[in-house]
Ligand binder design. Structure first.
Ligand SMILES: [Zn+2]
Length: 186
């Protein structure tokens, strides 16, 4: 699991824990137990690091402390709250590739407009729509990913490198074959 995915899971767990503590009436107990169990599952998913960053206690009426951004989907106009999604960093990667004459672009849209979840879903979320046109291709290849590692991998692939460095780790591109197939269609 990437650091980004881990952060997402922890943000969800933190938001749930904040909304489910200490000032509830008795009839909410069942609900709270379900929430607590979900929080535990999310913590488990996020792995060992979870304990160190999860708030031990949260007070009533407090909102999560994470920086939050309001995002309006440019296609459908739905408002979605976004926690740090590293989109600025991804845009920087795309700008570097453009500067090297690669035909790439990236935009943020909602998952409903991306066709990743049904239009009638209660929940919605953002995704990054990545478009790439190979020099000999007639059409853009479209891929969806919110995983910044995928973008570093594709940058390395388009630059002809066989590895990339992220968070101080050197990752061989051979480990990212599935991600590259998604991002570049090859
Ligand atoms: Zn939308």
């Amino acid at each position: 699991m990437s650091k980004n995915e881990k952060i997402k899971i922890l943000a969800t767990a933190a938001a749930l824990s904040v909304s489910g503590v200490s000032c509830n009436s008795a009839e909410n107990d069942n609900n709270d137990m379900e929430k607590q169990s979900l929080i535990e599952k999310l913590k488990g998913l996020a792995g060992k690091g979870a304990k160190t960053v999860m708030p031990e206690m949260a007070m009533c009426y407090d909102v999560p402390a994470q920086p939050r951004e309001e995002f309006t989907c440019p296609q459908c106009g739905e408002l979605i709250y976004v926690w740090d999604d590293r989109f600025d960093e991804i845009k920087t990667i795309i700008e570097r590739l453009k500067a090297k004459s690669h035909d790439v672009k990236v935009e943020r849209i909602c998952k409903k407009c991306a066709g990743l979840i049904p239009k009638e879903s209660y929940d919605n979320d953002i995704t990054f729509k990545f478009s790439y046109k190979a020099p000999d291709a007639k059409e853009y290849h479209i891929a969806y990913s919110t995983n910044i590692v995928d973008f570093y991998a594709l940058e390395a692939a388009l630059n002809g490198d066989n590895q990339f460095v992220i968070w101080g780790d050197s990752i061989p591109l051979s480990e990212k074959a599935d991600a590259l197939k998604n991002m570049l269609g090859r």
